[in-house]
Write a protein that binds this ligand. Structure first.
Ligand SMILES: Cc1cc2nc3c(=O)[nH]c(=O)nc-3n(C[C@H](O)[C@H](O)[C@H](O)COP(=O)(O)OP(=O)(O)OC[C@H]3O[C@@H](n4cnc5c(N)ncnc54)[C@H](O)[C@@H]3O)c2cc1C
Length: 414
């Protein structure tokens, strides 16, 4: 039996497209991804089969405009669908996010930015190029921006550099925690365009699709982490890689404009953890009712302590769902200060709630519930990774809320 939607279409007034896409994602997740998740986790291997299924279901192109053969989903439709996948396989949902950002940021998000006529026409050509590959060939894109320094947190220019050369750029640098490493067809690399005589600047960030098979691209290091093991987030090295100018995902200067004016673009890691939160709650209810497949039909729901724990979990889940729904609904270019603070608060709450609900689930269900034959212990480990994701780690969300709530832009105490 298919699980109930996390966000009931009628109660949450979802659009027709959101209803259709979330149903599609939930069906794939429940029928295919749930059973496979254990394998990717145990072996720390990439869920390649899931990607074949997602391609067939049109989900690789969910955010690609209809005019280019996609579904034309915006931020909210994507987030709601990703949460449905996250409840069955965290690694699939998280890596899907990396792929989707290559299309969401360049798609509906870029439509709201102020581009010159020249930039717009260049961007249109780029979109046709990248979207065609995804829709027609099932190409997978990833999004490595982390480098281990302060760039991924948004405080410094990226150390990965691109120098202009005839017909394109020469890219050099290193990206850590590059989900889909060795499995994506194109790495959507953020790097600093080095301009002769000019200090490296964040405003000169370039967003390039580096072909995985280009000379000088290397995947190095092992991958044996606590959670999100199926993401295969190994290290990428770029050693003087030639990248044709046609591989720009956004014209020069546009990524910086997006990061400055469309802050909700960094909220897209949260759907995976919204899904994990729901999964931890659902597991607890089924387990206490004695209904988890593969376990003896022993009921534990009659104990008042269990009932209180489930109630506590439900309160946390409802609060997280409501705030998250509001934040993903109001994502837009140039949001108000209140909306930005709410986005930080939402990301913080979702990442922390996912881990908290998994903790409560294990404590409430008991020792047998955390055996590796059941999904709960994987959910627990996967949930731990959410608050570590830059640029909006749980710490940095609090840091930003505190500072931006107390200071208006440009204000100091000097
Ligand atoms: C499973 C998984 C998959 C990932 N996939 C990707 C991916 O596909 N692409 C990608 O780009 N990255 C990815 N990441 C990387 C992730 O986004 C972070 O960049 C990475 O976890 C940072 O490593 P760190 O905590 O060691 O970083 P550090 O920079 O050492 O930061 C440590 C902590 O210090 C805090 N901190 C950092 N900078 C500052 C600052 N300036 N001021 C105050 N506090 C600060 C943060 O809270 C951070 O959590 C992934 C991570 C995980 C765990």
């Amino acid at each position: 039996m298919t699980d109930a939607p996390i966000f009931d279409p009628h109660a949450w007034k979802l659009t027709e497209l959101e209803t259709e896409l979330t149903a599609r994602a939930r069906k794939l997740g429940k029928e295919k991804f749930a059973d496979r998740a254990e394998t990717w986790d145990r072996e720390a291997t990439f869920p390649i089969e899931n990607y074949k299924d997602m391609y067939e279901a049109g989900l690789l192109g969910i955010c690609i405009p209809e005019s280019h053969g996609g579904f034309g989903a915006g931020m909210r439709a994507y987030c709601l669908s990703a949460a449905e996948i996250g409840r069955y396989c965290g690694s699939t949902a998280l890596t899907w996010n990396m792929h989707i950002c290559s299309t969401l940021w360049t798609g509906t998000l870029a439509d709201e930015l102020e581009l010159s006529a020249e930039q717009r026409s260049r961007h249109e050509q780029g979109r046709a190029h990248h979207y065609g590959r995804i829709v027609k060939e099932g190409a997978i894109y990833s999004q490595p921006f982390s480098e281990g320094g302060a760039a991924a947190a948004g405080f410094q220019p990226f150390s990965t550099q691109a120098r202009a050369t005839e017909g394109g750029y020469i890219v050099s640098g290193k990206k850590i925690f590059a989900s889909l490493a060795g499995h994506a067809d194109y790495y959507g690399v953020l790097c600093t365009h080095i301009i002769e005589g000019k200090k490296p600047s964040r405003s000169d960030t370039l967003y390039l699709a580096v072909p995985a098979d280009a000379d000088g691209v290397k995947v190095v290091g092992d991958w044996d982490p606590l959670g999100m093991r199926g993401t295969v987030s190994r290290t990428l090295l770029f050693e003087d890689v030639f990248v044709p100018a046609t591989e720009e995902l956004m014209p020069q200067g546009v990524y910086f404009q997006a990061a400055s004016n469309w802050p909700h673009m960094f909220l897209t890691l949260s759907p995976t953890y919204m899904g994990i939160s729901q999964a931890a709650y659902d597991f607890t209810v089924s387990y206490l009712r004695g209904e988890v497949p593969g376990t003896p039909p022993v009921k534990r729901r009659m104990y008042p302590t269990k009932q209180i724990a489930v109630a506590e979990m439900r309160v946390k889940l409802e609060a997280a769902k409501s705030l998250w729904f509001q934040a993903i609904s109001e994502a837009q270019c140039k949001p108000s200060k209140e909306q930005v603070l709410r986005a930080y608060a939402t990301n913080h709450l979702i990442m922390e709630t996912a881990n908290d609900l998994c903790r409560l689930a294990i404590r409430t269900c008991g020792g047998q519930s955390m055996l590796k034959s059941l999904p709960l212990e994987r959910l627990y480990r996967d949930s731990r990774c959410g608050s570590l994701m830059l640029p909006w780690t749980a710490e940095l969300c609090l840091d930003r809320i505190g500072r931006e709530a107390l200071y208006e832009p440009g204000e100091t105490d000097d």
